[in-house]
Structure formats: structure tokens, C-alpha cells
Design a protein around this ligand. Structure first.
Ligand code: SF4
Length: 481
């Protein structure tokens, strides 16, 4: 995933959504064209993609100028987050595409005008966002819709999902509201009890999955996403910097986890504790945390596993390998690799050998596994001076048993002293694999993280003479943000 700049262009809007996270700043003005162009140039040094967000960027006089500037700067993906009202006009949508936009994220908050318009407080906005979606799909654009989940629209999410599948959006996202701005002021009306809306969210996701549409839910911890864990939206957000009012949040994920969200005392035994973001910190202040119960099972320490079939293997009995030790060490690392003597496999073997003493001191027994025969293994081990054992797996029986399949199967499975699969390294760093194994063990053995949110803002100030003000604000995305 490339790095993304999330450029907030101001506070003017042609809706007034009941859950708007910048509701307290709405209609107070936009950043100047010059500031936005400066921000675009500055972020391009670090980012390949850009998202224009606002309030509502499409109502700016310089909307097409900003898109054209982003295109000229070479941004790869130029996404427009929008309420979709202006893009209901076909000529406007065509002009946006011609100027450089190539991905659109319109907000749609229900399957009917009655539900959607009541939430946006803008009559006619439902018909307009539907026309926007149809226009953009017809223009071959990638459309990723966003829906903020409220007590009003939650029961209708399956109907909305059905509609979005039929309208051939590329992706839909259901966002649990972030209780700031209007969502704070109107909390009881706008913010549902998470456990009560979760079944509707799951039903909508199931419809999306069955319809072949990418779909996910934002700001929902894993204990609310059982069965749809890979649909946790935060797993899919690329590294992002948030740019607003002359400030930059350089690492949105760090800011979100460290400051924006929180977990709970009862999270400590949860299998997801190591990677879960929890909820927006404001939610438990109003609703408490009794809804959130730890999920028991093998600890998950790498988000990559949630998107990988290997997740299912965690905690299960490890398939036997030839000549196991009578008493298993704290960890056995089965490093599956494609071929002795290939450059990448040689580098990996050399790195593992260099770190062998450190691994042994940590209780790790290393085993290399590849389809090469015993004789080639002996030659390879002698040539590289390997002191750990190599296993020959000519028919890939062991590899298949561990789910290591594909054209260039390279992954490492950690088996614990009880003979259970503790972790799978799915993205092997061949140059530093020993360190990678040790880092994984550190995470597996780490105590639970502090549940206290940080109060410091993870922001940098960019000199910007015409910035609106010096206030700080959340650097989260529009959807839940
Ligand atoms: S760590 Fe806490 S909030 Fe996250 S899934 Fe587990 S119990 Fe839920």
C-alpha cells in the first residue's frame, strides 16, 4: 500500500449531517486555494495518493483546479470524499474525472430518501447521491461508499447493502460514528449501542460478500466483528497523513490508536489485544464498556494474519515433522522456503545462521524446510555453514499440512512448547529473518498494552500564513472521524 495524504480543505458544506464530526466548525470557511496547493505539494514528497475531504470539497470554486494540480503532481490515486450532490450532475462528474479524480467516496446513509435525507438534513440529497453513484459507475470510476451507522438506519443496512451491490459499487464501508461535533451534541439520537447494531452490520456485510463487493466496518473492535474479522476497516487503511488547518498528523494509525481510541481493563486476556484498536475513546464515556468481552484463543500479534488463511491455524495442533525432539523447546521455527541456492533463499539462510545463537538463547529451534532432496540440502548447508537442520519435503506434504502453498511458498511457522501453532510469519524478510522471528516472539510474550489513551497530539505544524486557526482537532477520517 502506498502512503496517502488526507487533505481536509475546509468547513463549508451543502449538507448538515446529524453525525458530522466537524459539526462545531461547519460553515466557518474553507482553506485558501494557495494553502491547499501548498499542502498538496508538501505531501507529495511523502505520499503517492491523495484524498480530498472537507466538509464538502465539490462545492469549492477551485475544485477542478485542485484536482488538476494533484494530477500534475503525479498523485496516483486521487480520491474525492463527497456527499455526492454535485456529482449528480453528469457534466460535473465528467469534468471531475477529466480533471484528474479517479476514485470517489460518496456518503449514503440509508436505502431510502426518508432515511438518508433525515440524517443529512438536506432534502433531495438521497436522489442526488444515488445519481452520483450511477454517474460514476457509468464513467468506469471506482466508487467506495461510506455509511455512518445510526440507530435510525441500522435496521436498514441489509437493504442498503443489497442496493449497493445492485448498483455495482466497488466497495462499501459502514462506519460506527465518532462521538465528536454533532455526534457528540446529538449523542443519544446519533450514536447507537454497538452491540445492538452489530447484527445489522454483519447482515449487510454478508450481503456484500455474497455479492462480490468489498465491504468493511470501521471503528468496530474485533469482539464485535466475530466471523467478519477480515472486514475490520482499519486493516485496510493505507499509511496516511492527515493534513488540516496547517497541521499534519504524520501517522494517522498511531494517532488513532494512541489518542483517538481506547481499549478496556477486561481486554487483557483477549486474543486480539495486541492488534485491536478498541473504540473511539468518547464512546465508553457515555455508554460504558460492558458490551466488550475478551475473545479467547491463540493470541494474534500481526494484522497481516487476519487477512490470511493462516489465522485459522493459530492455536491448532502443529502437524508432525520428521524426527521431532522428544521434548519440544519453547519455540520451533519451521522456515518454509522455495529452493536451496536461490539468491533470496541463500540470503535468508545466511541471516538465520547469523542469528542462530540469539534464537537458540531465546529457546528457538530452527528448521529449514524446502522441496530439495537430502543431498542438495547437505551441499547447501555445507556451502553456507548452516548449523540448523534442513528438512526435505519433495512432495510438499509438510508444506501443504501447514498451508504453505503457492508459486513461491515462503513463510515461517512458530510452534510452541505444547506443539501448538503460535504464529505464522507470512511476509518473510529474507534479509533479517532472525530478527523478524525474535520480534514476533517479543510480541507473543509482551504484557497487555496500556489501555489509557494518550493526551498528546501527534501533529506537526506547517508554517502556513493563512491557516484558519491554531486549534487542534482529531485527525481522523471523515467517516467515523
Ligand atoms: S481487545 Fe478488547 S475491545 Fe478489542 S476485541 Fe478484545 S475485548 Fe474487544
Amino acid at each position: 500500500m502506498g502512503r496517502r495524504a488526507d487533505l481536509k480543505t475546509g468547513y463549508n458544506c451543502n449538507c448538515n449531517c446529524v453525525f458530522c464530526v466537524i459539526g462545531d466548525k461547519l460553515f466557518t470557511g474553507d482553506r485558501s486555494t494557495r494553502d491547499c496547493l501548498d499542502e498538496l505539494r508538501a505531501s507529495r514528497a511523502r505520499c503517492e495518493d491523495v484524498v480530498f475531504t472537507g466538509a464538502e470539497v465539490t462545492i469549492r470554486d477551485d475544485f477542478f483546479t485542485l484536482l488538476a494540480a494533484a494530477k500534475k503532481l503525479g498523485y496516483r490515486t486521487i480520491q474525492v470524499q463527497t456527499n455526492g450532490r454535485m456529482l449528480a450532475y453528469r457534466a460535473f462528474a465528467e469534468r471531475a474525472v477529466a480533471a484528474g479524480a479517479n476514485e470517489f467516496s460518496p456518503s449514503i446513509h440509508g436505502p431510502t430518501a426518508k432515511i438518508h435525507d433525515a440524517l443529512t438534513r438536506a432534502r433531495g440529497s438521497f436522489d442526488q447521491v444515488v445519481a452520483c453513484i450511477d454517474n460514476l459507475v457509468a464513467l468506469g470510476q471506482r466508487v467506495i461508499t461510506n455509511t455512518v451507522v445510526t440507530p435510525t438506519n441500522a435496521p436498514h443496512l441489509p437493504a442498503l447493502a443489497t442496493m449497493l451491490v445492485a448498483r455495482r459499487v466497488a466497495q462499501f464501508q459502514l462506519a460506527f460514528p465518532h462521538p465528536t461535533g454533532h455526534a457528540d451534541t446529538l449523542f443519544d439520537r446519533v450514536v447507537p449501542r454497538m452491540s445492538e447494531v452489530a447484527p445489522h452490520i454483519h447482515a449487510a456485510l454478508a450481503i456484500g460478500v455474497a455479492g462480490g463487493v468489498d465491504c468493511m466496518a470501521e471503528a468496530m473492535p474485533y469482539c464485535m466483528m466475530l466471523g467478519h474479522e477480515s472486514r475490520v476497516a482499519e486493516l485496510h487503511i493505507p499509511p496516511t497523513e492527515i493534513v488540516y488547518d496547517g497541521y499534519v498528523v504524520p501517522d494517522y494509525a498511531e494517532d488513532r490508536v494512541g489518542r483517538g481510541k481506547r481499549r478496556f481493563e477486561q481486554c487483557s486476556p483477549c486474543r486480539w489485544e495486541s492488534i485491536c484498536e478498541g473504540t473511539w475513546r468518547e464512546y465508553p464515556q457515555r455508554r460504558g464498556s460492558e458490551e466488550f468481552s475478551p475473545v479467547l484463543g491463540a493470541r494474534v500479534v500481526d494484522p497481516a494474519l487476519v487477512l490470511d488463511g493462516a489465522l485459522e491455524m493459530l492455536g491448532s495442533e502443529a502437524p508432525p515433522w520428521p524426527q521431532p525432539q522428544s521434548e519440544l523447546p519453547p519455540y520451533t521455527a519451521l522456515a518454509f522456503y522455495p529452493e536451496d541456492f536461490s539468491p533470496a533463499c541463500t540470503a535468508q539462510a545466511q541471516g538465520m545462521e547469523a542469528g542462530h545463537a540469539m534464537l537458540a538463547a531465546r529457546g528457538v529451534t530452527l528448521l529449514g524446510v524446502s522441496p530439495d532432496d537430502e543431498r542438495r540440502h547437505e551441499t547447501f548447508a555445507a556451502a553456507q555453514g548452516l548449523s540448523y537442520r534442513l528438512i526435505s519435503d519433495p512432495e510438499f506434504d509438510l508444506a501443504r499440512a501447514y498451508g504453505v502453498v503457492g508459486e513461491a511458498p515462503r513463510r515461517t511457522v512458530l510452534v510452541d512448547a505444547r506443539g501448538r501453532i503460535a504464529h505464522v510469519i507470512t511476509r518473510v524478510d529474507t534479509a533479517a529473518h532472525a530478527a523478524q522471528i525474535l520480534a514476533a516472539i517479543d510480541k507473543l510474550e509482551a504484557p497487555p498494552r496500556s489501555v489509557l489513551p494518550r493526551d498528546d497530539l501527534v501533529v506537526l505544524r506547517r508554517p502556513s500564513p493563512s491557516s484558519r486557526n491554531g486549534e487542534s482537532q482529531s485527525g481522523a477520517s471523515r467517516s467515523g472521524a
